[in-house]
Design a protein around this ligand. Structure first.
Ligand SMILES: [Zn+2]
Length: 202
C-alpha cells in the first residue's frame, strides 16, 4: 500500500494513481470528520436553542426581554434611557464600566438612592439646591457638573433622549459619555466620602 507521504518526483504511474486515491481518501476522511464534528455541534446547538438557529434564538430572546421590560414597573429610569434593548444588545462597540452603570441604573452615589437604602436622611443634592438628587438630576440637570460637559461637546446638550442613541452611533460618543459619567461620579463619591469623614469626626 502506498502511503500519503510519497515524494511526487519520480513516481510511477501506479504511484501517482495510489497517491491520487490516497489524497481522495484522505480528503473524504478529513471531510467526514469535519462533517461529523459540524453535525454534532449543530445538533448540540439546536438542543441548546430548542431547535432554533443561534441568531434566531438570540433575536427571540431579545424580543421577549424587550416585551418584559416594556411591561415592567421596575427599572423605569433605565428603560427611559435604553428604549430599545435589541439595538443596545446588538451594538458593536462599547463596554460598560462602573460609573456609567450607576448613571444608567440610578443605583449609586445619588441622594435619592442613598436615602432609599437608609444611608442618608434626605434625598437632596449636596451640590445645588435641588430637593431630589437622582441619576437624571446628576447627569442632565445639576449645574455643579457643567464643567464636566467639556467631555461631551459632540453630544451637547446631552438629554435623556439623545444620550443612548449617540453612544450607540459612534465609539467616540460612547467614550465621551463614559468619561463624562466617570468624572461626575468620581467627584460625587469623593465629596460623599469627605462628608462621611467629617460627620464621624464631629
Ligand atoms: Zn444638584
Amino acid at each position: 500500500m502506498g502511503g500519503c507521504n510519497e515524494n511526487g518526483k519520480g513516481e510511477t504511474q501506479h504511484g501517482k494513481s495510489s497517491a491520487k486515491k490516497c489524497a481522495k481518501s484522505c480528503c473524504c476522511i478529513s471531510h467526514g470528520i469535519r462533517s461529523s464534528h459540524t453535525t454534532h455541534r449543530s445538533a448540540r446547538r439546536r438542543a441548546v436553542y430548542r431547535g432554533e438557529q443561534k441568531n434566531d434564538a438570540k433575536e427571540r430572546t431579545r424580543s421577549l426581554w424587550q416585551t418584559r421590560c416594556d411591561a415592567s414597573t421596575e427599572g423605569r429610569w433605565t428603560h427611559r434611557l435604553i428604549r430599545d434593548l435589541r439595538v443596545w444588545s446588538r451594538r458593536k462597540h462599547g463596554e460598560l464600566c462602573f460609573h456609567p452603570t450607576q448613571i444608567l441604573t440610578g443605583h449609586g452615589c445619588f441622594g435619592s438612592y442613598l436615602h432609599k437604602i437608609g444611608k442618608k436622611v434626605t434625598s437632596g443634592c449636596h451640590h445645588c439646591s435641588a430637593e431630589n438628587d437622582d441619576a437624571e438630576h446628576t447627569a442632565f440637570d445639576c449645574p455643579a457638573w457643567n464643567h464636566s460637559k467639556k467631555y461631551i461637546l459632540g453630544v451637547n446638550p446631552l438629554t435623556t433622549i439623545n444620550m443612548i442613541p449617540a453612544m450607540l452611533e459612534s465609539a467616540e460618543a460612547w467614550t465621551a459619555c463614559t468619561r463624562f459619567a466617570v468624572c461626575i461620579m468620581q467627584e460625587k463619591e469623593e465629596a460623599e466620602r469627605d462628608r462621611e469623614k467629617r460627620s464621624r469626626t464631629s
